[in-house]
Design a protein around this ligand. Structure first.
Ligand SMILES: *[C@@H]1O[C@H](CO)[C@@H](O)[C@H](O)[C@H]1NC(C)=O
Ligand SMILES: *[C@@H]1O[C@H](CO)[C@@H](O)[C@H](O)[C@H]1NC(C)=O
Ligand SMILES: *[C@@H]1O[C@H](CO)[C@@H](O)[C@H](O)[C@H]1NC(C)=O
Ligand SMILES: *[C@@H]1O[C@H](CO)[C@@H](O)[C@H](O)[C@H]1NC(C)=O
Length: 283
């Protein structure tokens, strides 16, 4: 049993979530070589647990100091969405071999749920140190899992050939610049806008299939809003992607997941998952 599970749930549940995010979720886990099969096997086990609603096999992978975050709140896995068996109709896992982590995107229209999950490992043992989930359901911002599924399945997220990959820092900087647009008037100039570029925000899709699709229409015009804070990253150079989890302080501190894909240094796809701001959507 993880030490945290010994804490009374009431204490965990009543902690304001922004301050409750442990530092282990905010900073990359030990910088060391990490093995893709280990990451894939753990991500597969996570998806199996979510499919069956049973935590038994997943539990055996937890490090002794394992923590579980759901929509920016630390809770017990026994009380979590993982206990709900879901029919998952879309799943994609990206790998961060530097921080020893994965990001998995899941869509389960019959839940209905759209879920983003960052899993961080201890690079030395391969054990899971944290599972960090941003989950949306009926009532969440722009939520319609059936629509989300149809758009997701029509996109092409393939590995970028070696030699054509963007640097980690470039990918992260693009995501950070984008998330800075709410609070920094200069940030949009730092975003490497691409053409075509498509945003999938909840179930709202800006793509038309045209070569001229742009991600710029509808970006924040008010740059004096509260910032997107407590960012946690999973970066996969082979996918040109960065997953960033954060707190949307400008939307009643809603939990938010933004994933960005760059191709040839330019922004190609943006996916967002955002919970209800100000109220908690029952998962
Ligand atoms: C959790 O344990 C790992 C070793 O398994 C260690 O590297 C890490 O610092 C620990 N994290 C915290 C937050 O205690
Ligand atoms: C979700 O979108 C689909 C496809 O556009 C639509 O048929 C369905 O009614 C929507 N569901 C809800 C709950 O609004
Ligand atoms: C699927 O993508 C193609 C090309 O990328 C586009 O022409 C088509 O409109 C898209 N379909 C949907 C349902 O978005
Ligand atoms: C959002 O979180 C910040 C930082 O913890 C806090 O100062 C602020 O009062 C919160 N806002 C709302 C609407 O809860």
């Amino acid at each position: 049993m993880a030490p945290l599970s010994l804490l009374p749930l009431a204490i965990l549940a009543s902690t304001p979530f922004a301050s409750a995010i442990p530092s282990s979720h905010l900073y990359p886990y030990p910088r060391a070589a990490c093995d893709k099969p280990t990451l894939d096997s753990a991500a597969d086990t996570y998806v199996s647990a979510q499919t069956s609603g049973s935590l038994n096999t997943l539990h055996s992978l937890f490090a002794s100091n394992f923590t579980y975050l759901e929509n920016n709140k630390e809770i017990l896995t026994e009380q979590s969405l993982l206990k709900k068996p879901l029919k998952i109709e879309h799943r994609r896992t990206n790998h961060d071999l530097v921080t020893c982590a994965t990001y998995t995107e899941l869509v389960a229209p019959t839940g209905p749920y759209v879920i983003g999950t960052q899993i961080k490992h201890d690079a030395a043992t391969g054990k899971i140190v944290s599972i960090d989930t941003v989950a949306s359901t009926t009532g969440s911002w722009l939520f319609n899992a059936t629509k989300t599924l149809s758009y997701v399945l029509n996109e092409t997220w393939v590995e970028i050939p070696e030699g054509k990959r963007d640097a980690r820092a470039t990918i992260q900087a693009a995501g950070d610049a984008y998330l800075d647009m709410w609070s920094d008037a200069a940030a949009d100039k730092k975003v490497p806008w691409g053409t075509p570029c498509v945003r999938l925000e909840g179930s709202a899709y800006t793509g038309t299939g045209a070569a001229t699709d742009s991600c710029k229409p509808g970006i924040p015009s008010n740059h004096n809003q509260a910032p997107n804070t407590h960012r946690r990253y999973v970066i996969d150079e082979s996918m040109g992607s960065v997953s960033i989890f954060c707190v949307w302080e400008h939307m009643m501190n809603a939990s938010d997941s933004h994933e960005f894909r760059l191709e040839n240094g330019k922004l190609r796809y943006v996916h967002t998952i955002t919970e209800c701001g100000g109220k908690t959507c029952k998962l």
